[in-house]
Write a protein that binds this ligand. Structure first.
Ligand code: FE2
Ligand code: FE2
Length: 482
């Protein structure tokens, strides 16, 4: 009897999908593996491939104890294929096939659509590793460096998760797509990654924290809606990925939180009350809150773009087919077909931003984006609590959805962060007060000095409240030269 909870480490590729008995897929993945390792060595964390990193590895998909921690050299990390356990009698829960048994094989008519969904998701995983590969060298502490590498190896595992589906269910086309996933490169002029935000640079640690807060949260929303899929193997894959994703967002939220905390404390100690007194605040070696807001203004719109056009027939088709659901689909009280209902969509109507009711099916991207925004807003409020607790008079805000967009309704207009439309000329004048200017970037870069002594933290960030795996902040999370 196959043990589908605990992970089989007897094959080269740890898994709970019975790879040892699935010779053809196992051989395919073993052939893909060396190319993956080459990619990791070329495009993974630069300069730390030989270091011992205190990492968690999944050993089970049981939510009560799925990971173990130990020192690992990253290229020796056991990237595995893990699916959440199959739910007995699971059904297709939405769209035109609602009520039919969930599919264990790819329905022929949806093969191309499903492959596309899996490839798009798969492409984001290695992309973020590529975007973050230079950050190890400027880590503000060993604790933060470990968190970065943990996120990186797990994004690598997420690539494995999607590649397994491609190899197992899509034959030769799937194997070709899996090769392509190793060939594209973030930001490459000729072979870029598929989605815009995954071709942007992550130049510094504040960007990294914003990325893991905002962009990994897009990942969460996408995985949540794919976890609803009527194609059961995809659903099970995404459900397990979500367990890992939670840590990535934790890294982002606490990272920004610790930056804010350090800034507020330093202001207080120096007796500075005005959060806009940049010269004095920056002289303390901390990142002023208006610049934190500008970074937020960069990352949030970029991530909104990942949701695609507000009105999308692709999204409607994915839903109708039962392939990609809504956030918390099974908890929503409606007919789960959406053929009759509408959803309010923010649009540009005669030069004004207005809510317009659209057919709910074509407005699914908008709905998922709204769910995402609500999730973000809660995190931003938790940051505001830190600021308020320190007694500083400043609030961080999510900019309006019309602000600084490249995709969708507002891609051709300029707007302020509060959603007032601007002419091109006014935008050009105001841009640097909304988004990081080159001098803001230079200032942040000047702070990015590595701190590699155990228990020490760079001056611009507070230590964490608790360590990883019940270890203290002083623990040697990375042994750099071992
Ligand atoms: Fe991921
Ligand atoms: Fe992630």
């Amino acid at each position: 009897m196959l043990d589908l909870i605990n992970v089989d480490y007897s094959t080269q590729i740890p898994n709970n999908v019975g790879l040892a008995e699935d010779r053809q897929v196992l051989r395919g993945l073993e052939r893909w593996h060396p190319g993956y390792l080459d990619w990791w060595k070329d495009m993974g964390p630069e300069g730390f491939q030989e270091s011992l990193v205190y990492l968690r590895t999944a050993v089970s998909v049981d939510p009560k104890g799925w990971a173990k921690f130990d020192y690992v050299r990253m290229p020796e990390y056991r990237w595995g294929v893990l699916l959440a356990p199959q739910e007995e009698g699971r059904k297709v829960n939405f769209g035109q096939h609602i009520g039919e048994p969930a599919w264990q094989e790819v329905p022929g008519e949806y093969r191309a659509m499903l492959r596309r969904l899996i490839v798009i998701q798969g492409d984001t995983e290695p992309a973020s590793v590529e975007q973050q590969r230079h950050l190890g060298k400027t880590a503000p502490s060993l604790y933060d460096m470990r968190n970065l590498f943990q996120v990186n190896v797990e994004e690598g595992r997420h690539l494995w998760a999607m590649v397994y589906l491609l190899h197992k269910y899509f034959g030769r086309d799937g194997r070709e797509e899996a090769e392509e996933l190793l060939r594209r490169r973030s930001g490459d002029a000729d072979h870029p990654r598929m989605l815009g935000a995954f071709n942007e640079a992550t130049p510094d640690w504040l960007s990294f924290f914003m990325f893991t807060f905002f962009t990994d949260r897009d990942g969460k929303m996408q995985l949540e809606s794919l976890a609803q899929s009527g194609f059961d193997p995809l659903s099970r894959t995404c459900r397990f990925m979500l367990t890992e994703e939670a840590h990535h967002m934790f890294v982002g939220e606490t990272g920004v939180g610790r930056v804010i905390e350090r800034t507020c404390k330093a202001m207080k100690e120096a007796g500075i009350e005005d959060p806009n007194d940049l010269t004095k605040i920056r002289a303390l070696g901390v990142i002023d809150l208006p610049t934190v807001q500008k970074k937020l203004n960069t990352h949030y719109p970029l991530t909104l773009d990942l949701f695609g056009s507000e009105i999308s027939t692709n999204a409607a088709n994915f839903y109708n087919a039962g392939l990609k659901g809504r956030f918390e689909e099974t908890k929503i009280d409606d007919d789960h077909r959406l053929t009759e209902s509408t959803y309010p969509v923010l649009k540009l109507v005669n030069g004004e931003i207005r809510n317009v009711d659209e057919p709910a099916l074509t407005a699914l991207n908008m709905r998922l984006r709204d769910d995402y925004t609500n999730d973000c807003a809660k995190g931003v409020e938790r940051w505001n609590k830190i600021i308020a607790k320190e007694g500083v008079n400043f609030r961080l805000e999510l900019p309006h959805v019309a602000f600084n967009r490249q995709i969708g309704e507002f891609r051709d207009v300029h707007a302020t962060p509060s959603g007032v439309l601007l002419s091109d000329g006014d935008w050009a004048k105001a841009r640097d007060s909304y988004l990081p200017s080159s001098s803001d970037g230079e200032f942040i870069e000047s702070l990015m000095q590595p701190q590699t002594e155990p228990g020490k933290y760079a001056g611009w960030i507070a230590p964490p409240r608790i360590g990883i795996d019940s270890k203290s902040g002083e623990f040697e999370y990375v042994k750099i030269h071992e």
